[in-house]
Design a binder for this molecule. Structure first.
Ligand code: AMP
Length: 287
């Protein structure tokens, strides 16, 4: 039976009772508009030993910039609950904004270095919003295993750092990117795409694949790898925020040569929609 809870205290009481009964809690934080990528995280926490799964649905105003898509972000709670039922999720936590941030709220969590470049440069207040809300989710859930998608690679690394730095009793998992049959990374934002843009959007995967194939064939020059990924994206998209190779752990800019398991990250805009994707070189996008 799926339980739906709305207040932080209700969630805390529910997970406490589960743990007292010997269950191991898994947490899957989301903004809803659920798709198979989110459901793969439900499976991931189970694979990591969770016997009960909490999935949160919260479109977090703190992580959207003033000109971003907060008001038009898809909100599909009835469908989300159906999907959660079908996948055996035990608890959905769906707080209202006033429950998450009551009047007087003024405390934030910041991870300093990992959040400077890439998404942090393009979206200056984004990560502070993400780390603050996820810290609150971790606190309300208590000891658990929590799954994040590598689709949001910098977010995963940032949250892993936050949990370690603040001694949070949470095991943070980073899980593989689920893709559509044509390679487009699944995303709630894909539903914004007009058919023509949807077709062109596969250029990101093609670019990542090109760079990954070159890396597998021995290419290590960062400039060349970035050029390979960039060319197709530049032709298909309206603008590019970045096409960058970065260190897999610290996301630092590499020297001239890419190391094994560097990550190639892309952010680009098409028809008013901003998409992100990435591949770990030598590991992903090799088919
Ligand atoms: P969101 O609802 O977009 O905030 O995403 C919630 C979680 O699902 C984050 O940890 C995302 O990285 C993850 N996620 C989103 N899309 C995918 C995907 N295509 N494959 C795997 N995980 C994903």
């Amino acid at each position: 039976m799926l339980a739906v809870v709305h207040a932080p205290r209700e969630l805390a009481a529910t997970t406490e009772a589960l743990r007292a009964g010997g269950q191991r809690v898994g947490l899957v934080p989301t903004m809803g508009a659920l798709h198979a990528g989110h459901m793969s995280l439900v499976q991931a926490v189970r694979d990591a030993g969770a016997t009960r799964v909490v999935l949160s649905v919260f479109v977090n105003p703190l992580q959207f910039g003033p000109k971003e898509d907060f008001s038009k972000y898809p909100r599909t709670l009835p469908d989300d609950l159906e999907l959660c039922r079908a996948h055996g999720v035990d608890v959905v936590y769906a707080p209202a904004a006033e429950q998450m941030y009551p009047p007087g709220f003024q405390t934030h969590v910041e991870v300093e270095q990992l959040t400077q470049a890439l998404e942090g440069a393009a979206r200056p207040t984004h990560f502070r919003g993400v780390t603050t809300v996820v810290a609150k989710l971790f606190n309300a859930t208590g000891p658990c295993v929590a799954a994040f998608g590598r689709k949001d690679y910098q977010q995963w690394r940032t949250l892993e750092r936050m949990a370690a730095d603040l001694d949070m009793p949470v095991q943070v998992l980073g899980c593989p990117i689920l893709r559509e049959p044509d390679g487009l990374a699944m995303s709630s934002r894909n539903r914004y795409l007009q058919p023509e843009h949807r077709t062109r959007a596969t250029a990101i995967y093609a670019g990542l694949r090109g760079a990954s194939a070159a890396f597998a064939a021995g290419e290590r020059r960062v400039a060349r790898l970035e050029e390979l990924a960039r060319a197709g994206v530049a032709a298909a998209f309206d603008s590019i925020d970045y096409v960058t190779v970065a260190g897999a752990q610290d996301l630092a800019a590499p020297g001239e040569q890419a190391a094994e398991h560097s990550v190639m990250l892309v952010a680009a805009r098409i028809g008013g929609t901003r998409l992100i994707d990435n591949a770990i070189l030598g590991q992903d996008c090799l088919v």
